[in-house]
Design a protein. Structure first.
Length: 592
């Protein structure tokens, strides 16, 4: 291990001397008083590249299972021990090197959670190349844009996605495509079952290696575990994480080895009850999303966890069966996932008592969901906050001690945060609402090939999130809403989260999302889309009456639509924009 960098101080908010900053730290940052006793104010950041973490884990726990992969709970899982995983990454790194991949090259990974993702990701890092996380749901147009923007010359994807790649490749710089089968790490008969199901649903695609098409398994088998030694510095970019950012235009946040390593250590400091070499991580958040990558994969390997991998977080029965079967103890997720478990009609038939630690992100966590899940499992479920540009976690509620309902919690060790005026960007007093900005070692290097947008989002090391929030007198932060989601109804501002919090207190409501939709008189009006709990009933009139008890009249939804489900990302985040576009299309107003 190389030298360690101490990350403990605040950001350069007013450019005072380092000594002055440290003397005023506790006074300016009240959140330290609410840290658990064992949580440090800062972190010791080792000068390590991410693949060195895997090597360290393989040396420490060589025979412990690193990855246990379930396609579904009815089939036996595939397993890779830590020593086997490290060797596989070296073999694939050599294979990529022979194909021409070198330091700084971008390699796109378009895969669901599976062992091949883990192997390929760390192989890319060994060569000093850059992984480009790609959503497997992307259509050819989206693939073409992302691969061209990243300058990716190598793509690894499932065979069933290859027809989309064929459509997109001519619009990109892609020179070589590596294909894999989601089931190829399973036993022969489990593969046969998966392939039969794929054929039944018209998803089975066979791609034969030829020319610039290569087989993942064949490459892995044909190469030894001795890739070229490449000097990889902690400041080198490890990952392109595509995000809408603060403007909505897809762009790649450049995350370095140091950024991601720092966030892993911040999470490690925060999870005070985790035991290294003992935990079982339920990894159903997708690795192609930085939340799943950092919380489940990177942190999981750092602490020597057994990482239980699933390619998709549904149906919820499968999640609960695998959670029970593997005795998973760490379970990062999103509110919709915990809500689905809470409301499952047979939830009491499952033993979920192994759950110790759950961090919820990506959307507000309703207090009712948190309390019910903790009662079911006996574990701790806390809300946190982060963005693709911050690797991603910047805030979380403590696992033990003070937690604030509706709060995203406290800045993590080594992280500074403040609320600033939306126009001037000047820091605001406690309690006032403005834009949330953060400073810390997990903040991205910048946006790839977007100097103007980088300059707008990063100023003196501070990242300006585009989220509207406030800080209370104890240093707990609250997200009021996204600036772009604010509804303007007859000139009055309505924050969707205010309305959603009231909707969640109705006893029949399981899920709810609120957005502004076009209105010829008000400009925009408030609409709510609602999913009811199983067996529950409610009318629009009842929902409206309930809202009137807790909201000003101009905030009460004028339109209410009941649905059996809401559109979500693979992470489980509700797609508010999709609902708005559907509404605009119905009214013939276009889809901006």
């Amino acid at each position: 291990m190389r030298n360690r960098e101490k990350v403990s101080g605040p950001g350069p908010s007013d450019n005072p001397s380092r000594g002055e900053r440290r003397r005023s730290m506790d006074a300016d940052r009240p959140w330290y008083r609410f840290y658990e006793p064992s949580v440090p104010h800062g972190i010791d950041l080792p000068e390590m590249a991410l693949h060195e973490v895997l090597d360290r884990a393989a040396a420490t726990w060589p025979d412990r299972v690193a990855v246990r992969f379930f396609v579904n709970p009815g089939l036996p899982p595939a397993t890779l021990r830590y020593a086997e995983l490290a060797e596989a990454t070296r073999r694939f790194a050599l294979a990529l090197s022979h194909l021409g991949v070198k330091k700084g090259d971008r390699v796109a990974l378009m895969l669901p959670n599976c062992p091949q993702f883990v192997i390929a990701f760390y192989a890319v890092l060994r060569l000093g190349a850059i992984a480009v996380n790609t959503n497997p749901l992307y259509v050819s147009r989206e693939m073409a844009h992302q691969f061209a923007d990243a300058g990716a010359e190598t793509v690894l994807l499932l065979d069933q996605f290859y027809p989309r790649m064929q459509e997109a490749q001519g619009q990109t710089q892609v020179k070589r495509v590596i294909v894999t089968d989601v089931a190829e790490t399973l036993t022969w008969w489990a593969r046969a079952v998966v392939h039969a199901v794929q054929r039944k649903h018209g998803e089975r695609v066979t791609v034969r290696p030829q020319g610039d098409i290569f087989s993942f398994q064949a490459l892995l088998a044909a190469h030894g575990p001795h890739p070229p030694q490449v000097a990889v510095a902690p400041g080198d970019v490890a990952l392109f994480q595509y995000t809408g950012g603060t403007t909505g235009t897809p762009k790649a946040a450049m995350l370095t080895h140091r950024n991601l390593m720092a966030n892993v250590l911040q999470i490690d400091a925060w999870f005070t009850t985790a035991d290294k070499g003992q935990e079982v991580m339920l990894a159903i958040l997708p690795f192609f999303h930085v939340y799943g990558m950092t919380l489940c994969l990177l942190y999981g390997l750092w602490c020597g966890a057994e990482i239980v991998v699933m390619p998709r977080p549904r149906p919820i029965d499968h999640v609960m069966k695998i959670l029970q079967r593997t005795h998973a103890s760490v379970f990062p997720g999103v509110p919709t996932l915990y809500t689905a478990i809470n409301h499952h009609p047979k939830v009491r038939h499952f033993d979920l008592s192994s759950v110790k630690i759950c961090l919820s992100g990506s959307a507000p966590l309703p207090m009712e969901v948190q309390q019910q899940f903790e009662t079911l499992t006996g574990g701790k479920l806390v809300e946190g906050y982060g963005l693709s540009e911050t690797s991603p976690v910047t805030h979380a509620n403590p696992l033990a001690g003070t937690r604030r309902p509706g709060s995203i919690g406290l800045p993590l060790p080594g992280t500074d945060a403040r609320v600033v005026d939306l126009e001037t960007k000047k820091p605001l007093p406690v309690g006032e609402v403005g834009e949330l900005s953060m400073y810390g070692p997990q903040v991205m290097k910048g946006y790839w090939n977007r100097p103007e947008e980088t300059a707008a989002a990063l100023r003196d090391g501070w990242f300006y999130s585009g989220d509207i929030g406030r800080m209370d007198e104890d240093g707990f932060f609250y997200i009021v809403d996204r600036a772009k989601d604010m509804i303007s109804a007859s000139g009055l501002k309505v924050l969707p989260r205010d309305v959603e919090e009231v909707l969640f207190t109705h006893p029949a409501v399981a899920e709810a999302v609120v957005a502004g939709v076009p209105d010829p008189y008000r400009g925009e009006t408030v609409k709510a889309w609602i999913v009811l709990k199983p067996g529950a009933t409610a009318t629009a009139e009842e929902i409206t009456a309930h809202c009137k008890q807790g909201l000003a009249a101009f905030k009460v939804p004028k339109l209410i639509e009941f649905r059996t489900e809401l559109p979500k990302t693979m992470v489980g985040k509700i797609l508010r924009r999709v609902l708005q576009e559907e509404e605009k299309a119905k009214k013939g107003t276009g889809t901006n």
